[in-house]
Design a protein around this ligand. Structure first.
Ligand code: C2E
Ligand code: MG
Ligand code: MG
Ligand code: MG
Length: 288
């Protein structure tokens, strides 16, 4: 009867919730040992300069080499890492590894290349953030403009004046700031004008439709033009084909990132990639 059914559903609901909780606790437990056993690695995705027609830097994207589940992508664990606070320690490892790469892997990356690292909200509100970044940058002798932090608009939603203060101090260390996934949050260009930042990264969703959606074409072109008036560089995320690349080039976009040039690569598979991309962009007709 209805009463029994209701009770049954209630129990199923509890079971589902319990399973979810157990699952989260298991991931959290695994994340702790992953830190200890150093199971995280960085994959690098090239950032390509439209004017220089070559790789000018990389975005560092975290991967988890899980002993049972294989290579895990951030969507599978960053949420739990955020909520448990473990993202802070993981984030410092990422920054440290990026600095080590900048110091030790110049030949592979290319001279003068930069690395951009993602920062999540829990990291941004960590009072130790600035001192730890400063110590790591000094220890590795990282020059101005070689390291960049990517933040999303959600990081700025809490206390804008406080955020501006932190960003100013980050920039004083010679570290650049990019707004990631631009266009998906609340920020208008009027608000961006108040922020001490260097780059806007236009979200992939605007690039995906660029070949056929007239309004996205106008939006992207306008974002680029206005960003330039504010003296910001513009990165287009998720460039997947040649048509998108050439449209962005015509709009005077500064930097392209996407599968068309290269997927994120492990350090070993990055060998020869900058050369291949330069060849593809300099030669007649692009390779696939
Ligand atoms: P994001 O910062 O916006 O990074 C770009 C994402 O788009 C990456 O996914 C990248 O692999 C993917 N992507 C790049 N080009 C293309 C393309 O042409 N087509 C398509 N479909 N996708 C493309 P990934 O590596 O799975 O990372 C997802 C998100 O996880 C990142 O988004 C970032 O928010 C977060 N994340 C990654 N690494 C870290 C990290 O070290 N720390 C923190 N806090 N978050 C990270
Ligand atoms: Mg990013
Ligand atoms: Mg992004
Ligand atoms: Mg994104």
């Amino acid at each position: 009867d209805a009463k029994r059914e209701g009770k049954h559903q209630y129990r199923l609901f509890n079971d589902a919730m319990r399973d979810q909780l157990v699952q989260r606790m298991r991931i959290e437990e695994d994340l702790r040992s992953a830190l200890e056993l150093e199971q995280f690695e960085l994959h690098l995705q090239p950032l390509v300069s439209f004017t220089a027609r070559q790789v000018m830097g990389y975005e560092a994207l975290i991967r988890w080499r899980h002993p049972q589940q294989g290579l895990l992508y951030p969507d599978a664990f960053i949420g739990v890492a955020e909520q448990s606070g473990l993202i802070r320690e993981i984030g410092y490892r990422v920054i440290r590894e990026a600095c080590r790469l900048l110091r030790d892997e110049q030949a592979l990356l290319g001279d003068g290349c930069m690395i951009a690292v993602n920062l999540s909200p829990a990291q941004f509100s960590d009072p130790e953030l600035l001192s730890r970044i400063e110590a790591t940058v000094l220890e590795h002798g990282i020059g101005r403009g070689r390291l960049e932090l990517e933040i999303t608009e959600s990081v700025l939603m809490r206390d804008l004046d406080e955020a501006i203060g932190i960003l100013n101090r980050v920039q004083a260390l010679g570290i650049g700031i990019a707004i990631d996934d631009f266009g998906t949050g609340y920020s208008s260009l009027a608000y961006v004008k108040r922020l001490p930042i260097n780059k806007l990264k236009i979200d992939r969703s605007f690039i995906q439709t660029l070949s056929w959606d007239r309004s996205d074409q106008m939006i992207v072109e306008a974002i680029i033009a206005m960003a330039h008036k504010l003296e910001l560089e513009v990165v287009a995320e998720g460039v997947e084909d040649e048509d998108q690349y050439h449209r962005l080039e015509a709009y005077r976009c500064d930097i392209a990132q996407g599968y068309w040039m290269s997927r994120p690569q492990s350090l070993e598979s990055l060998v020869g990639v900058p050369q291949k991309i330069a060849g593809m962009l300099q030669g007649r007709g692009a390779a696939s």
